[in-house]
Design a protein around this ligand. Structure first.
Ligand code: PBG
Length: 410
């Protein structure tokens, strides 16, 4: 093939005339390394050979994007500036109607799980690092549920603050049928029978060691802990819990919990497994809220290393095999890749936990006037959906649901 024939083919491929094809090819003389130092090998196109510089009102050296061998712009039939660009993704963004027709990820209030801190007092306590969140009395908790319900929130999870004198190493208060959690669950179910009430399964609120498990010689005992968790879930199920959510990260707990529930006739109670729960610095405000900081050490022998993504797939496969109905990734925003990996490797529903530290960060920026709260929160929720989450556990549930309702997305 001759050079001219090759250029003709190239021109056809580029959908421009052969003369244009010639025009866009730089000549050897129009490339130089001038001004780039020596030996870098980088090339800069000066365009000076074909007169891309032109004289305009801006001065003799003004750049003219329409002239020169590599002119980026052409003129269309109306003599308007034209980049010869056929695919233009902006066409699909040209109006709100178009954007909303084509939107991939949409959040609804029914996707939210609303966490509520509770205590056995007749007053409310503000949680300093979590502005807008309270430790509720049980009657105030019901008011909060009622408000959120109006905005379409249907799912709640309760987290108890337990007095120190009730805490022990075996955390036996976790299965007291008259404990605060069973009472809270039955109150919500009685008033809102169509709600979904979730209960956290872990020993830490009841542990005098501040750990999610039974401690012996400075170690967290896996199977002894599961023994307690099975008692805890049966107690929660008897009180009416719809979904038990083990957040402890012991090995084999999902299967044991499933068997415990089934053996007591609670085959309908679901398990939302904290599948990929990381040993994260973002839980600090939550531990302040419940006064549940680890009594010694940290939680790294049971919660996952933030550096590990593949490990989440091992946890997900085990949880699915053991009978989990839903998987959870926690924290949320820094772990969107983990949500996506679980989405791609499992067909189970996935929940993202937008944790206390993430909430605190946003509130802190909002208080300083550095973030538009409503826009930033709704964007965050949408991003969880886009990453592959179905449900979102967030302290913003009530506010975000209200904003969605205001936008007609209830
Ligand atoms: C404890 C538990 C924690 C959170 C939920 N359940 C804290 C922890 O693991 O230490 C943290 C949630 C948050 O930060 O919002 N089982």
């Amino acid at each position: 093939m001759t050079t001219a024939a090759m250029l003709a083919v190239l021109g056809a491929l580029l959908s421009v005339s052969v003369s244009d094809a010639f025009a866009v090819l730089p000549t050897a003389s129009s490339w130089s390394t001038k001004g780039m130092g020596t030996g870098t090998g980088s090339l800069r196109h000066t365009a000076s050979a074909r007169g891309a510089k032109t004289t305009t009102s801006m001065g003799a050296d003004a750049y003219d994007p329409f002239s020169g061998p590599n002119a980026p712009l052409r003129r269309n039939n109306n003599n308007d500036a034209w980049v010869s660009q056929r695919p233009r993704p902006r066409r699909n963004r040209k109006s709100e109607a178009m954007r909303s027709m084509l939107r991939e990820a949409v959040v609804r209030p029914a996707n939210f799980i609303y966490p509520l801190f509770i205590h056995d007092e007749d007053f409310e306590v503000e949680i300093k690092p979590m502005p807008g969140c309270l430790r509720h009395s049980l009657s105030h908790m019901l008011k909060e549920v009622e408000e959120a319900w109006k905005f379409g929130v249907r799912t709640f999870v309760v987290f108890p603050k337990v007095p120190d004198q009730l805490k022990t190493n075996y955390a036996d208060e976790c299965h007291n049928p008259n404990g605060i959690v069973p009472r809270a669950v039955s109150m919500i179910k009685e008033r809102f029978p169509d709600s979904i009430v979730c209960t956290d399964v872990a020993l830490d609120p009841y542990s005098d060691q501040g750990h999610d498990g039974v401690v012996k010689d400075g170690k967290i005992l896996n199977d002894e802990t599961i023994m307690q968790l099975t008692k805890q879930v049966v107690c929660q199920a008897r009180a009416g819990s719809d979904v038990v959510a083990p957040s402890d990260m012991m090995d084999g707990r999902v299967g044991a919990i499933r068997d415990a529930l089934d053996s007591e006739g609670f085959t309908d109670v679901s398990i939302l497994a904290y599948t990929a729960k990381y040993a994260s610095a973002f839980y600090g405000p939550f531990r302040d809220a419940l006064d549940s900081h680890p009594g010694f050490g940290d939680k790294k022998t049971y919660q996952q290393d933030p550096a590990n993504g593949r490990e989440a797939l091992i946890e997900a496969a085990l949880d699915a095999a053991e009978g989990a109905d839903m998987l959870m990734v926690k924290p949320g925003m820094p772990y969107l890749d983990v949500i996506q990996r679980l989405r791609e490797s499992s067909n189970l529903p996935i929940s993202a936990y937008h944790v206390s530290g993430e909430y605190a960060m946003m509130k802190a920026a909002v208080e300083r006037g550095w973030l538009d709260e409503r826009a930033a929160v709704l964007e965050t929720m949408t991003c969880f959906k886009r990453a592959g989450a179905d449900a979102i556990l967030t302290y913003y549930a009530k506010d975000a649901a209200r904003w969605l309702c205001e936008d007609g997305l209830c």
